[in-house]
Design a protein around this ligand. Structure first.
Ligand SMILES: CC(C)(COP(=O)(O)OP(=O)(O)OC[C@H]1O[C@@H](n2cnc3c(N)ncnc32)[C@H](O)[C@@H]1OP(=O)(O)O)[C@@H](O)C(=O)NCCC(=O)NCCS
Length: 300
């Protein structure tokens, strides 16, 4: 994406200009995300804005008509999210224009994103390839009756700030790229449970306020039993409350556990990637820990 994208664009007879996402009022950004039916609270958008960078499109009188963001994880990798065009102006090229600005800024980085159905064609045209489906599971949490016993020789306990290094290391193995800064920020606002064997962290699940309730993620484990062991305490703590978890697992014991916990599949997105020339690792290898729950669609 070498060519510099234009700063101005005529969209449906409006002249749009591009601006940095930090320059707009948070409530305008919130209104834009509500206009496409997204559940984010202002606080969720503020968190994304503190961690990421990006652009907005504004019309002649300063109305916000689109956004696109990227989130750096180290120097060689980024995730992309918050790609929105105001419904009344969609299919006029604004999404592509905003994405061209993001891609120019991310040049050389390996990129990942989670595409809604509406956005797949756009990302495909920009060189992104499908990786796997992500299942957005959510609902009113209830404690499942039949829980498997903890894997032998393991114990689950609450995580604290002293566990940051171990959590970040395990997350990096599953995600394929270290995102210590993000994990550090998440630990501050999340409750976390870890599964330990002989003092070493084998699996963990964080849970924080998001959207209509709470979201469980990231979740990293080496198998369904471990994943269930670290997610189950969050389900119990949010009994009768809205809970969400985005997972690549459609079948198996973990998927059954989610559905028995009241978290039904609500929607899907398609994880897509675009290689830069940085050689950041691909999505988790066959062996070792896997990402059972995403931080969120924008953050991977
Ligand atoms: C996805 C979204 C950002 C696209 O924005 P947009 O301004 O409409 O996109 P563009 O007009 O630049 O269109 C980009 C491409 O997608 C195609 N496209 C756009 N809307 C489409 C639709 N409803 N059906 C099929 N193709 C569509 C366009 O034809 C264009 O293809 P081309 O470049 O090959 O001509 C917008 O639909 C949106 O905000 N949707 C709701 C929020 C969302 O799902 N965001 C994506 C998060 S991953």
């Amino acid at each position: 994406m070498g060519a510099k994208a234009s700063e101005f664009k005529v969209v449906d007879s409006f002249e749009m200009r591009i601006a940095g996402i930090e320059s707009v009022d948070l409530e305008l950004l919130h209104a834009l995300s509500i206009s496409v039916g997204w559940p984010h609270r202002s606080e969720d958008l503020q968190f994304l804005r503190e961690f990421g960078r990006g652009y907005v499109a504004l019309d002649e009188i300063g109305r916000l008509t689109g956004s696109a963001m990227w989130f750096p994880h180290g120097d060689n990798f980024a995730t992309i999210g918050m790609v929105i065009t105001s419904p009344r102006l969609q299919t006029n090229g604004t999404g592509r224009w905003l994405m061209e600005h993001v891609l120019a800024e991310c040049e050389g980085r390996d990129l990942r994103l989670n595409a809604t159905r509406a956005a797949r064609r756009l990302y495909h045209a920009l060189g992104f390839q499908p990786v796997r489906t992500i299942y957005q599971c959510q609902g009113i949490a209830r404690r499942p009756t039949d829980l498997p016993a903890l894997p032998e020789g393991t114990a689950v306990r609450r995580l604290g700030s002293e566990d940051l290094a171990a959590v970040a290391e395990l997350d990096a193995k599953a995600f394929g790229v270290a995102r210590t800064e993000l994990i550090d920020k998440l630990l501050v606002q999340s409750a976390g449970y870890g599964l330990f064997r002989g003092g070493s962290l084998r699996a963990f699940a964080l849970c924080r306020p998001f959207g209509k309730g709470h979201v469980v993620g990231p979740v990293v484990a080496e198998g369904d039993a471990e994943a269930i062991a670290v997610v189950q305490p969050h389900v119990a703590e949010h009994q009768d409350q809205f809970l969400r978890l985005d997972t690549p697992f459609e079948t198996g014991a973990f998927a059954i556990f989610l559905s028995q916990s009241g978290l039904a599949v609500f929607d899907t997105v398609l994880a897509m990637s675009k290689p830069g020339n940085a050689g950041a690792a691909a999505v988790s290898a066959a062996a070792g820990p896997s990402l059972y729950g995403l931080v969120g669609h924008a953050l991977g």
